[in-house]
Design a protein around this ligand. Structure first.
Ligand code: TXA
Ligand code: MG
Length: 332
């Protein structure tokens, strides 16, 4: 059932559902989440079942404000505090040392916890209402509200399509950011970028004075991060990523029985082959991120067998979009 998330009565109903241990489709500025009370292990277990997600992929705990950090994290390094001051509320998740006993099922018992304070007004209203309950709900665990490995949802309808009418979903409109939060691991003494997003490497460096390392630059074993599996974000169609010249060449080589093909391009490209739909990618990285997952879903809805995508620029602002496209292509 979809409720208007801007109504106070819907927010109160959603908070009460979380307190009872039920699941909720929750809008955030990045993507929609499938939410449950972080400290209710049985409720959190339902998230894993509903998504078909392996239990060793930890969930992000969402909090109403930075004061709630102390309920989940043991300590906040100076550079992490600088990132919080700069980017919360907003699309940034920090991995911190976990307070023993907190959010056990969410974290799969790891000694770290992922924390994020979302800026979406509906998400914020629900988290604030949760704190006012008796007993309070201090944290809300929410992975993206899609089946494991599939494209993340950016509208309430996407969530309802994925999980059916039995799930309570708050409608908060189309997500503004469109790709998942940037994840920075703060447990290793230096910032480590686990997942790129709208907050870029450059943004992080400006805020804390240190350029984040990549996972690949680490020597010790990194915590698991499912949004970071090579093959993820898979549409039904087969995705290929190519530069403009290769893409035009491939289009020129199409025969009459090429099948349904959607092309997501940046340069001026031509094709007269039947079954080909051209769709231009926004010029700006933030705008491209916002429509990315919805566009992949639209291509599936058009019955595309193939999706050919022009590789986005190599600059830091495109890193989040590039990452999602590379993994959609790797899914085969
Ligand atoms: O924007 C977002 O982050 C969205 C919205 C709903 O907030 N959530 C989201 O959740 O993308 P999910 O579960 O799809 O991705 C969470 C990522 C996973 O890659 C997970 O492994 C990683 O965060 N993660 C969570 N806790 C972690 C931890 N303690 N250590 C390492 N990675 C962690
Ligand atoms: Mg996800």
């Amino acid at each position: 059932m979809i409720l208007d998330g801007t109504l106070d009565a819907s927010v109160q109903a959603a908070a009460a559902a979380l307190q009872r241990g039920e699941l909720l489709g929750l809008p955030t500025e990045t993507v929609y989440g499938l939410a449950a009370d972080s400290d209710n292990d049985a409720a959190v277990a339902q998230i894993f079942t509903a998504k078909g997600r392996p239990a060793n992929h930890p969930l992000i705990v969402h909090v109403a404000d930075s004061a709630a950090i102390t309920r989940y994290a043991k300590e906040v390094p100076v550079f992490a505090q600088q990132l919080i001051d700069a980017f919360w509320p907003g699309p940034l998740t920090l991995i911190l040392q976990r307070l023993p006993g907190a959010a056990k099922a969410s974290t799969g018992g790891q000694d770290s916890v992922g924390l994020r304070c979302p800026s979406h007004p509906v998400a914020h209203a629900v988290l604030a209402a949760c704190q006012q309950l008796n007993p309070p709900v201090w944290g809300v665990s929410a992975p993206s509200a899609n089946k494991f490995g599939r494209v993340s949802p950016t509208t309430a309808d996407h969530v309802a399509t994925e999980f059916g009418d039995a799930l309570l979903v708050l409608d908060g409109g189309a997500c503004e950011v469109g790709i998942e939060s940037t994840i920075v691991d703060c447990t290793r003494g230096v910032p480590v970028l686990l997942r790129p997003g709208a907050i870029t490497r450059d943004d992080i460096e400006r805020a804390c004075g240190q350029r984040p390392l990549s996972k690949e630059e680490l020597t010790a074993d990194t915590p698991r991060a499912s949004g970071t599996l090579l093959a993820h974000y898979a549409p039904n169609a087969k995705v290929r990523l190519m530069d403009a010249a290769k893409l035009q060449q491939a289009l020129d080589g199409l025969g009459p029985e090429a099948g349904q093909l959607c092309v997501y391009h940046r340069s001026a490209l031509r094709s007269t082959a039947p079954g080909v739909t051209l769709h231009a990618m926004p010029r700006q990285a933030l705008a491209a991120a916002q429509e990315l997952f919805g566009t992949l879903r639209d291509f599936d809805a058009l019955g595309a067998q193939f999706i050919w995508i022009e590789t986005p620029p190599d600059s830091a602002d495109w890193e989040g979009v590039r990452d999602r496209l590379q993994r959609a292509a790797a899914a085969g």
